[in-house]
Design a protein around this ligand. Structure first.
Ligand SMILES: Cc1cc2nc3c(=O)[nH]c(=O)nc-3n(C[C@H](O)[C@H](O)[C@H](O)COP(=O)(O)OP(=O)(O)OC[C@H]3O[C@@H](n4cnc5c(N)ncnc54)[C@H](O)[C@@H]3O)c2cc1C
Length: 505
């Protein structure tokens, strides 16, 4: 008899969501987390009284949490507190005196845009009218539907025929959609950066991501206490249902015999047997490191090894001794579509960091979490994080050597474009390089979204939530359908948990 019905590798939001659903169905479930902290990329750590979010800094599409807790029969609000963040983000470039913030309301956002570009203000209203009904239906159906193959897609179309209206969004790019509506460069910049939520520049990213900016107008939310409150809430629900979480347990191998998974082996040699194994970590790692070539058909090995890891996102953590002169939870700069496309081809793919006239500039997004929750910093102080985009391998340099310089370059960039006196107020500074994120979370290549989410790696072309080559093996997390981002990963966990319960009951 196996030690557990289900063993889940990884205590991120994907693994926890699948685990909670299995436990709810009466399956004895164990989550193994290698670190001493829950939540992976969606977590929070404390240093010198400052509470910094590891990676994720906000959530949209909170219906994923409602859906999970509805299926668990538990009240979401008791487990995961969420407050709405408004305005949703500001675009700022002090060098040109540009600054505008988008409120949640679509009408008010159109007014904001109309103040400097009436034509684009009207275009935003049309953009919202054209896409909002499509995306809500799409999210409510596509997000929770297994996409194991053509049959699942047919089932989805039968259940929700309107999905066909959204098909063009899958076969065009983010860039093409926003360029069709908007003409003003700053408006375009404020609508293009969402492609980086897929870890891609706008001209490579599926058109679907162009409407993420609209989804944000359904409301974006932050959990007081830090992003860790989300996985902690799911963990608490899982444990209230009788589930078990163990920390400091690194899985090195999935036990497989005759193409059937029957447990896992930990780094110290301990073996834990289970009827079902869930790999809620990077899918390449699951197949290539933990299962190995000898257990996989050649075409599966070839397919998985050819998949590209998503882009890494270095994170900078700053404690400041004043209230920063910002207006929104998120502030972004340097994101015109052409710059992002050029950055990808001329810098990222060549292992270089972005420069203007020989001076490094670090594009990205500043998050000010203590605006919503001042208790995240000591009294009178605040926390800022900066999420950038950078290659894993730096040509002619190494992240461990470059780290301190990168922090200074990022602070200088923020000073230039967003907060002129920042360096006078920084009392704590640190960063997680792509290598640090890899060491901390065992993410190969520091990849944020597991497998890159380009058009050819979406839905049934992503690693399957139920393995097609190893029986009793399931996958959850950002590498699987529907992809990365906290709510999407929770939705993926719902799919995986649902498949396990259906298959085993
Ligand atoms: C910098 C950054 C910013 C982001 N910003 C946002 C945002 O604002 N909003 C949003 O919605 N999403 C954001 N995301 C994406 C989102 O955080 C992730 O897609 C999501 O949290 C991934 O969850 P997961 O369960 O797939 O994996 P992870 O969070 O990676 O969790 C995997 C867990 O598995 C553990 N693990 C790994 N290997 C092993 C092993 N061998 N044995 C045992 N345990 C193991 C790790 O320690 C980790 O805890 C961001 C991500 C990053 C990195």
């Amino acid at each position: 008899m196996a030690d557990y019905d289900v063993v889940v590798i990884g205590g991120g939001v994907g693994g926890l969501s699948a685990a909670a659903l299995c436990q709810k169905a009466g399956m004895k479930t164990l989550v193994l987390e290698q670190s001493d902290r829950i939540g992976g990329c969606c977590s929070t750590f404390e240093v010198e009284g400052f509470h910094f979010d590891v990676g994720a800094s906000v959530v949209e599409v909170t219906s994923a949490f409602e859906e999970l807790f509805k299926r668990l029969g538990l009240p979401r609000e008791k487990y995961i507190p969420l407050v709405q963040v408004d305005p949703i983000y500001e675009y700022r470039d002090n060098t040109r005196g540009i600054s505008f913030a988008y409120p949640t309301s679509v009408e008010e956002t159109a007014e904001v845009i109309s103040r400097f570009s009436p034509e684009d203000g009207k275009a935003f209203e049309k953009f919202a009218k054209d896409f909002t009904p499509k995306i809500i239906g799409l999210v409510n159906n596509f997000f929770y539907a297994p996409c194991q193959g053509f049959l699942d897609i047919i089932k989805l179309v039968i259940k929700y025929p309107k999905i066909l209206e959204a098909l063009p969004m899958f076969v065009t790019t983010h860039q093409k959609i926003v360029a069709k509506y908007f003409k003003n460069d700053d408006v375009l910049a404020s609508m293009a950066f969402q492609s980086f939520y897929a870890g891609l520049p706008p001209d490579m990213c599926a058109g679907l991501y162009a409407v993420v900016g609209l989804l944000e107008h359904e409301g974006i939310f932050y959990p007081p206490g830090g992003m860790i409150k989300i996985p902690q809430g799911i963990q608490r629900a899982f444990e209230d249902l009788g589930g078990e979480t163990q920390f400091g347990k690194r899985v090195v191998r999935i036990l497989v015999e005759n193409r059937k998974a029957y447990g896992v082996e930990l780094w110290d040699g301990t073996q834990i047997t289970a009827e079902v194994v869930v790999g809620a970590i990077n899918a390449k790692k699951v197949y290539m490191d933990m299962i190995g070539r000898e257990h996989l058909p050649w075409h599966v090995w070839r397919g998985i090894s050819s998949m590209i890891l998503s882009m890494p996102c270095p994170m900078i953590y700053l404690g400041v001794d004043y209230e920063p002169p910002l207006v929104a939870h998120h502030t972004l700069t340097l994101t015109p579509p052409q710059l992002m496309n050029d950055y990808w081809s001329d810098y990222y793919l060549k292992g270089k960091l972005y420069e203007v006239d020989g001076a490094p500039e670090i594009m990205g997004l500043v998050s000010w979490a203590s605006k919503v929750d001042p208790s995240l910093a000591p009294k009178g102080k605040h926390v800022l994080t900066h999420m950038g985009l950078a290659p894993y391998n730096l040509v002619g340099d190494d992240w461990d050597r470059h780290k301190q310089r990168y922090v200074q370059e990022a602070i200088a960039t923020i000073e230039k474009y967003l907060i002129p006196d920042l360096s006078d107020h920084v009392v704590y500074q640190d960063m997680a390089t792509p290598k640090d994120l890899e060491r901390m979370l065992l993410h190969p290549g520091g990849a944020v979204y597991g497998i890159q989410t380009d058009i050819s790696h979406m839905a049934m072309f992503r690693p399957s939530n139920r393995s097609k080559s190893i029986k009793n093996l399931y996958l959850a997390g950002a590498s699987t359908h529907p992809g990365g981002g906290v709510p999407a990963v929770v939705a993926g966990g719902i799919i995986t948990g649902g498949l396990i319960v259906k298959d085993k009951s």
